[in-house]
Design a protein around this ligand. Structure first.
Ligand SMILES: [Zn+2]
Length: 243
């Protein structure tokens, strides 16, 4: 698509209206992925804390993971320090909280899963932070309550399949891929058999394929469009003023 065609098309478009968004996945109806979701019950619960800036990101995967896992919660915010539900879950003696975060003293996930269940029979709840890597330290600084949660880490075996976003290192995975890996390692370590969790990767891959189909290498960049719009405005002004 050339720039002139894009500008003409843009001028004829109206901004997206609320009713054009899917109420479930919050995507435009044209990019809604709900038909590919296969919700399942995970062997561990998940609490996904999503940075509010990430909630506006068109290609964030946290909501996709939440909609796929029946026993998951998605909580959006910037600081969770005074969040009543977050604090009640952290304080609950009825659950065993762990946070997926690669801090220096984090326990390897295999050690957590290899420990006999009778040592702590409470249901495991995995907390996952969904934010850009640069935002995560600030998120933890603003929410000291989260730092009470014991941290666990893993080493991914393969690079992220998320080709739409730049990951700082190949070993970094998207939120959805990290959650898939947690369930995968749990099943491996405990000898349980289930393929339900692969539904996560299926919806994710279908979405990535669809987004890559939308990428048109001939499409002008946002910078080129802005520059052309400025030039067009200047041209309109000078023709109005006669200069
Ligand atoms: Zn949808």
């Amino acid at each position: 698509m050339d720039l002139a065609t894009l500008l003409t098309r843009r001028a004829s478009q109206t901004p997206p209206r609320y009713r054009d968004l899917c109420a479930n996945c919050r995507k435009m109806v044209s990019t809604c992925y709900c038909a590919t979701l296969r919700p399942f019950q995970s062997p561990v619960d998940f609490v996904i804390l999503q940075h509010e800036a990430e909630a506006r990101n068109a290609i964030a995967t946290a909501r996709m993971a939440h909609l796929s896992i029946r026993n998951s919660q998605l909580i959006v915010g910037r600081s969770f320090h005074d969040h009543a539900l977050v604090n009640s879950m952290i304080a609950s003696p009825l659950q065993r909280n762990v946070m997926l975060f690669p801090s220096a003293d984090a326990m390897p996930i295999e050690t957590l899963f290899a420990a006999p269940q009778h040592l702590d029979p409470r249901p495991l709840v995995f907390w996952v932070l969904d934010a850009k890597w640069a935002q995560v330290p600030k998120m933890l600084r603003l929410s000291p309550n989260l730092r009470q949660i014991p941290m666990v880490k893993f080493k991914p075996e393969s690079a992220s399949r998320f080709r739409l976003r730049h990951q700082p290192e190949p070993a970094y995975l998207s939120t959805l891929e990290s959650i898939h890996l947690v369930i995968d390692r749990l099943l491996q370590c405990t000898g349980q058999q289930s393929d339900d969790h692969h539904a996560l990767l299926d919806v994710f891959q279908a979405f990535v394929r669809q987004q890559l189909d939308f990428v048109d290498p001939t499409r002008p960049t946002r910078h080129q469009v802005a520059k052309a719009l400025r030039r067009a405005r200047r041209g309109a002004q000078s023709s109005t003023t006669g200069r």
